[in-house]
Ligand binder design. Sequence first.
Ligand SMILES: [Mn+2]
Length: 319
Amino acid sequence: MWSLCRNFIRPALSTGGLPSLRRSVVAPPVSRSYGTSFNVPPSAEFVSRVSGIPTMNKLPHQESAEGLDAAFIGVPIDTGTSNRPGARLNTPVLRSGSAELLLYHSRGVGHAAQLQQWNRAAPYDSLMVADIGDVNVNLYDLKDTHGPVGLVHVDAHADTSDVVLGERIGHGTPFRRCVEEGLLDCSRVVQIGLRGSGYSADSYAWSRFPCSAGGGVLVQVSGSPDGGGQGSDGGGPVYLSFDIDALDPGFAPGTGTPEIAGLTPIQGVEIIRGCRGLNLVGCDLVEVSPPYDTTGNTALTGANLLFEMLCVLPNVKYL
Ligand SMILES: [Mn+2]
């Protein structure tokens, strides 16, 4: 699991010191040429992509969220996996897979006006971002920080089972628990990409029942929505969760519970870009499993999706 969170109330890791790390680590001289006071990835014009400490997007590493607008956090855990384990190994490969990522979305060369419209994100002109390492569990408490949040959930699976392998905490149960614990504003929840076989003819029936938190419903959308338009839901806090198995295993085979006939990478990208304008308070990318990612393409794709998430956070400029 990977989390990209902003506006921390409390740091995921606290050292109580080392303030010099905040701006100085992996700050090559070339970064100053960008004319920004924000953390930036070093330019491949002068620094090899394979060199240096393999942090997320080659950003500086620091040991707390102090001074940051957003942070990348690795959460190496796959406890509760129902099929093929291995996602706990993904934090280093996603960091390595992000080495190709640069500063900007440059203007595209395609003819699609929508793509050109959204291809000039400048996250490093806008936000102070760093990689703050790995944690055993995500300590980012959405309920304490933001109250019930809306949810954009991109996944082949609804993850609303009551139990998995007899346990209430598993990788197929998180959003059922979220509803039970009042973490979601169920009037602002959408699930995209659901497919595959189930234990009944209507496996997702529970998700359509009125939810305890908001009296609304979980809405499911099979396949991909149209890529057009910016997101808008009235401005409430929204969390984005993207399971890599939403994509077709032909593109992203490195995952534990693959389902055929999934989204293409550009569809996944367009869904994330469509979240621009939402009040995103946190994002995650989950289920990249290196043992089944023989080419590294799944990690590369996952790293790019995390960059796309960074680009649609509130207050990111588009040039
Ligand atoms: Mn899934």
